[in-house]
Design a protein around this ligand. Structure first.
Ligand code: DI6
Ligand code: FE
Length: 403
């Protein structure tokens, strides 16, 4: 098989062991979809004749970015709700009055398949223009068996039609649909039963629940987790976003890939996540947009050695954000991550949050997903905001055209 050489690069491999996994004058040798070799230019394996060569002129290269938490497939928008919140009405109050997530559910059910696909594809392309090569997409705005399957199918189709890897997550337990008012346990029983069909159709890679006062209880969460585990599907959780429900510890007991949000995470939750190897996915966009004041316990997570990922949480209600680069900056300014922690959060740790072992760093055997930037060092990219220095994206060894 033929080799492509990308040489004369400054590479932040994100491999463990040294800061940024840094290589000063590096090269990447790509074979097919994978990296065959990555290292200092002077140590290129002798005797290998690349068929194609690209001189990067000293440009910065990083792994392709991974957005490990999005709700990309939905109809409508919530700009009017934004205005209400600016007048002082809280996110919880809007949700309890039947707005919020339920408003998006109505708009999603009313949308055509093509409309849902077109809206999500446009959003995906915006993320991709900043170097995103892998994205997680949750359902959760359909809330019937057919509409949940439809949203997951749209997410799968994005992965087939765009040069983007998509991981799908079933989040039927996102909110109680109006048809089940006062019957949350019945809804959980039904939503648990839908998983088998979604799984049989190849629509689902993981299962999530919104465990909170305006979502579902820990007991209901556990019933969904048990249904997922019967199918061999990994679980994750929207945990401790608005209150401490002990959700993180519950998810960790079920070996969750990640717990996400975590502003109200307790010491017990951190200890459980550490023991289980669960990733903390931090979502500065939702924190900012809801004007939260309680910060996730970043210092304690760092101290415990819990890996931290950073994601957009793109959704129409709490984080209508389409810039993972902005999240890098906000993870530093709002949450006090170091630029390197934030970068690992959108690469190596984001891969781990999705249970993917073939990406997130640049090393032999990994997928050839990487980005060439107009920057000297990745810390510059965390420092600036509202700026997109992405110049080239290579995904699975193939250079993707930037639109
Ligand atoms: N937490 C969130 O921040 C989003 N979902 C969730 O469980 C918000 C979704 C929405 O408001 O539409
Ligand atoms: Fe979310």
């Amino acid at each position: 098989m033929s080799f492509t050489l990308w040489r004369h690069a400054r590479i932040a491999t994100m491999a463990p062991g040294r800061p940024w996994g840094w290589i000063d004058d590096g090269a990447l040798l790509v074979q097919g979809h994978s990296l065959f070799w990555v290292g200092p230019q002077g140590e290129l394996p002798a005797g290998l004749q690349p068929d194609t060569e690209h001189d990067l002129g000293g440009a910065l290269v990083t792994p392709g970015l991974i957005d490990a938490h999005t709700h990309l497939v939905y109809g409508g928008d919530r700009a009017a709700e934004f205005e209400l919140r600016l007048q002082g009405v809280s996110y919880e109050a809007i949700a309890k009055a039947g707005g919020g997530i339920r408003a998006t559910v109505a708009a999603t059910r009313a949308a055509s398949d093509e409309g849902l696909f077109a809206g999500a594809a446009a959003r995906a392309r915006t993320l991709m223009a900043e170097g995103v090569t892998t994205i997680e997409i949750k359902s959760g705005y359909g809330l019937t068996e057919a509409h949940e399957a439809r949203c997951l199918a749209v997410a799968r189709r994005l992965g087939h039609e765009l040069p983007l890897s998509v991981r799908t997550t079933s989040l039927a337990a996102h909110a109680l649909p109006p048809e089940y008012e006062g019957r949350a346990d019945d809804y959980i029983a039904d939503a648990s039963a839908w998983l088998a069909g979604q799984h049989a159709q190849g629509l689902v890679d993981a299962v999530d629940v919104f465990c909170d006062t305006i979502g579902f209880t820990p007991a209901q969460t556990e019933r969904i987790f048990l249904a997922a585990k019967r199918l061999g599907l990994p679980v994750k959780l929207h945990a401790e976003q608005l209150s401490d429900q002990g959700g993180a510890a519950l998810a960790a007991r079920h070996g969750a890939l990640s717990c996400d949000h975590l502003e109200h995470l307790s010491a017990a939750g951190i200890a459980a996540m550490r023991s289980a190897g669960t990733v903390a996915v931090l979502l500065p966009g939702a924190y900012y947009f809801l004007r939260e004041t309680k910060l996730p316990p970043v210092a304690a997570l760092r101290e415990a050695g819990v890996p931290m990922a950073i994601a957009t949480d793109h959704n129409p209600g709490s984080s209508p954000c389409l810039s993972l680069l902005l999240m890098l900056n906000m993870a530093c300014t709002l949450f006090r991550l170091t630029p390197e922690e934030a970068w690992r959060g959108v690469t190596a740790h984001a891969a781990r949050a999705l249970g993917l072992h073939d990406r997130g760093m640049l090393a032999a055997g990994q997928r050839a997903d990487f980005v060439v930037w107009d920057a000297e060092h990745p810390r510059e990219i965390a420092y600036r905001f509202g700026h997109n220095p992405c110049r080239r994206v290579v995904r699975g060894g193939v250079q993707r055209m930037q639109s």
